[in-house]
Design a protein around this ligand. Structure first.
Ligand code: 6GU
Length: 225
């Protein structure tokens, strides 16, 4: 999957896309990231990318011209599925991430300042938010979206099943995990996990999943019903 990112702050992406699993996915040729600095497309004297809002009000609005010029160069035939990261968008969920993971190419437009000129948003396919709180820009949400959807693309995760048992994958939170040593500072790993009895371990994990979900996120249990 090719992912074009249109942003005023491309440097924000380097650490995240250049590390860990995202880096490995790009090295394997599964993902390709291309960052585009919107400001470089500005035709104004000082390479402005934002301006005052018509009608007045606080803050600045991202201008249409640099965005449209960038789109003309990057995706002139509108082949990519275009997503603007905005607080008013559809809230990211596992099912949305799964749906987006099937696309051949995505184009992510990161909003900054107080907003994006509505005419630029009118040529997007969708707007996505990552939750009901306001961030200073769409860059972190774009990175969250990339990370989240890439887990649903074959080959991105090390082994095929490392997605299955995660929190939310079946609508429940994950069961508690332990690694060696079996006892640390007087705290013991539950005996069943050391037993080698896989049926019992499965049962314990299922019970703990339900218990954790009931305790921490009863709303998720309601959704399952
Ligand atoms: Cl996509 N953008 C901003 N600025 N804030 C957000 C968001 C997006 N999603 C949640 N908060």
């Amino acid at each position: 999957m090719k992912i074009d990112v249109l942003t005023l702050f491309p440097e924000m992406f380097h650490g995240v896309l250049g590390s860990s699993i995202m880096k490995r996915a790009e090295q394997k040729g599964i993902l390709e990231f291309v960052l585009h600095d919107i400001r470089e497309y500005s035709e104004s004297k000082h390479k402005n990318a934002d301006d005052y809002p018509f009608g007045g009000g606080a803050g600045m609005v991202m201008m249409p011209q640099p965005i449209f010029s960038c789109l003309d160069e990057v995706d002139s035939e509108h082949r990519a599925y275009r997503i603007a990261l905005t607080p008013r968008g559809d809230v990211l969920s596992p099912s949305l991430a799964k749906e987006l993971a099937k696309k051949d190419s995505l184009l992510l437009l990161c909003g900054h300042y107080e907003g994006i000129d509505e005419r630029a948003l009118s040529v997007m396919d969708r707007e996505v938010s990552i939750g009901d709180y306001v961030l200073t820009g769409g860059e972190l949400p774009a990175m969250v979206l990339i990370d989240c959807l890439s887990r649903f693309i074959d080959g991105v995760l090390g082994s095929d099943d490392s997605n299955k048992d995660e929190s939310f994958s079946d609508g429940l939170l994950e069961y508690p995990q332990y690694t060696r040593p079996a006892e640390y500072r007087g705290m013991k790993v539950p005996n069943v996990l050391l037993s080698g009895n896989h049926a019992e371990i499965e049962k314990w994990r299922r019970e703990k999943s339900l218990e954790e979900t009931k305790k921490r996120r009863p709303d998720l249990l309601e959704k399952l019903k």
